[in-house]
Design a protein around this ligand. Structure first.
Ligand code: ZN
Length: 261
C-alpha cells in the first residue's frame, strides 16, 4: 500500500507557457466582484472567451506546455499499468498524484481543460481490462460507474467531469471491440462539502446520507461494475460509493483512478 496524504487539490504546477497560464491571463482569473447575476454573466463570457481561444490558438500540452497537442505522448506516458493502492477494497491507480500526472488531473478537473478528457479517458480504458478483480457482466458487457461530483462543484466546473471521463473511457474500449455501458448510478445531494483537507472519518461523515443511487441509471441488480474516479486520497469516497451500490444490489468488482494521493 502506498503512503497517502490529503493534498489532493491545489494550484496546478503548470509551466509558464501552458494554455492554463495563458487562459488565466486572457480570460480572467481576476473575476470582478458583484451580484450573483453579474458573476454568472461573467462566468458565461469567460467560457465563451475560452472557447474562442481554443479555436484561434494552437493547442499546447497541459503537462509541459509543448505546442501541438493537449497532452503530449511523453506526459501521457506517466499513466502506467494499474497498481493496487488499497488492499481489500481493490482500488487501483495508474500513478501517484504528483508532478505531471497531478498537473494533468488538476487542469482537467479544476481548470476545465476538457480536451484532456480524451487522453485521460483513453488511459483509463487501457487499464480497465487489466484490473485483477474487474469483470464484465455474464453477457460480456463492462459497466462503468463514475464517482459523482457535488452539484455545486459540477456547476462550477462546467459539468460532471467524471461522467465525461467515463464516457470517453467507454468509447475507447468500444473502439477495440469491448461492449461497455456507462451507468451514472450515483448522485450526491446538496450539502456535501468539498472534501479537501478532510481525513477519512471526516470524508465518510461528509458523505453520510448524501450519497444516493439513481434507480433510473442503475444496471440490473447483481451486475458487477467498475467505479471510476480521478484521484483516490483516503479511499473514503470510493468506500461510500461501494456501500451505496451494494445496498442497491450492485457489486463493485474494482475501482480505478488516474492517480493516488
Ligand atoms: Zn507534455
Amino acid at each position: 500500500m502506498r503512503p497517502r496524504s490529503d493534498s489532493t487539490d491545489g494550484s496546478p504546477d503548470r509551466g509558464p507557457h501552458s494554455r492554463a497560464a495563458r487562459d488565466g491571463r486572457a480570460v480572467g482569473a481576476a473575476r470582478p466582484s458583484g451580484t450573483n447575476g453579474a458573476s454568472a454573466g461573467w462566468a458565461r463570457w469567460t467560457r465563451v472567451g475560452a472557447a474562442v481561444l481554443d479555436l484561434v490558438l494552437p493547442e499546447d500540452c497541459a503537462g509541459c506546455g509543448r505546442q501541438g497537442t493537449v497532452c503530449c505522448a511523453d506526459c501521457l506516458a506517466v499513466f502506467d499499468q494499474p497498481e493496487l493502492v488499497a488492499r481489500g477494497a481493490e482500488t487501483h491507480a495508474l500513478t501517484r498524484h504528483r508532478g505531471t500526472a497531478r498537473t494533468l488531473v488538476v487542469e482537467h478537473k479544476e481548470r476545465r481543460r476538457r480536451g484532456l478528457t480524451r487522453p485521460l479517458g483513453d488511459a483509463l480504458a487501457a487499464a480497465v481490462p487489466h484490473l485483477p478483480t474487474g469483470r464484465p457482466d455474464p453477457a460480456g458487457t463492462w459497466w462503468l460507474v463514475p464517482v459523482p461530483s457535488r452539484p455545486g462543484a459540477a456547476r462550477q466546473r462546467g459539468g460532471p467531469h467524471l461522467l465525461g471521463l467515463a464516457r470517453r473511457c467507454a468509447a475507447s474500449m468500444q473502439a477495440v471491440g469491448m461492449p461497455v455501458a456507462v451507468a451514472p448510478a450515483l448522485r450526491l445531494s446538496a450539502g456535501a462539502k468539498d472534501a479537501v483537507g478532510l481525513d477519512r472519518a471526516g470524508r465518510a461523515a461528509n458523505l453520510s446520507g448524501r450519497l444516493h443511487v439513481r434507480p433510473e441509471a442503475c444496471p440490473p441488480r447483481g451486475t458487477p461494475v467498475v467505479l471510476l474516479d480521478d484521484v483516490v486520497t483516503t479511499g473514503a469516497t470510493l468506500s461510500a460509493c461501494r456501500a451505496t451500490l451494494a445496498a442497491a444490489g450492485i457489486p463493485t468488482s474494482a475501482a480505478l483512478t488516474l492517480t493516488s494521493a
